[in-house]
Ligand binder design. Sequence first.
Ligand code: GLY
Length: 400
Amino acid sequence: MVNKIVVSLGIALITGMSAQAQSPDIRAVFSDAEKQTRVMLAEIDKAKEGKPDLVAPRTIEQGKLKLVKSGDWTSGFFPGVLWFLYDYTRNTEWKKEAERYTADIEKEQWNGGTHDMGFKVYCSVGNGFRLTGSNHYKEVLIQSAKTLSRRFNKTAGVIRSWDHNKQKWDYPVIIDNMLNLELLFAASKLTGDRSFYNIAVSHANTTMKNHFRKDFGTWHVVDYDSTQAGKINKKTTHQGYADESTWSRGEAWAIYGYTMCYRETKDPKYLRQAENVAGFILKHPNLPEDLIPYWDFNAPQIPHEPRDVSAAAVMASALLELSTYSKSGKLYRATAEKMLTNLTKSYRAPIGSDFGFLLQHSTGSKPSDSEVDVPLSYADYYYLEALLRLRKLTGSKKLY
Ligand code: GLY
């Protein structure tokens, strides 16, 4: 049934899309991204003066560039952007900058206080390892996976996300946590130690059971009872509009996470899950015509709600990978290309503006009135990742 919907929607979308060329000019975008990132490097130097603990840009706040410490969940994205520039250009200037910014994140390998290890370390050190094969990076990845694994609880079958707000939750797990599993799969391959793999699979299976509604929309936060297997205290939201709404970036993490889990395990249930999440996104009546989602699929004032460009960038990157595994691949690829074309045409920061961020109009956390309609470093990261994926696919190369 779901497959039928996806296929017929596919025909409709592709027919609608064929009238206009839907491919971004990747060379031009990377050339502009290099110029913008030079602006960013100069802005970071100014903002950092006298504050050596601040290591990476996150957003613009009250008209100023906001830098974060390495412990912030977003610290790995700017080093990742630098690695992507090196990946595309092979210019050693970018490699040097990437190494410099990655070095500041490495100490996170010891930080067991959050689940965000994958975001911080895999997006920075992981890309460094992919592009250089450095033994040092390999060791950092393995240690990071060991530290992250300590947050796994066998009874609950999942990795704990947050330690904050202990009065609100017993054992909170957020859908975002799916992205941290990529680091565990990598560590398993690097060491031959299956325990990393087993934790990742347990987390993915438990999340699949508890984080999804019948229509494959997601709850943001599931609070487990860590002392009784299978027991859940409650399902809520933190960054979405309501407990029962679907927060757009959460849905983006879901499609990205299950596509990646299928790559790493070849278990068809993960492929089906990713396709079903794609079905939710693509057939949703509140997905705007340009395919750049509002910050929550159920936000009350749609169409007068802020967009979340970061969700679109994550979705585009995921859909491109999913297109290589799925029978609905043509639809997913056409959709991702349309998203990327629209991000490129209508959501980019003019060169020299926005402290050097690449994209505007993301939303971090609307309920806390934080980071609404601003650039965010992770939007830039997944935008470039998606463009690199598209370049590979255009050249008929395998992504993985
Ligand atoms: N992982 C936090 C967020 O997506 O905002």
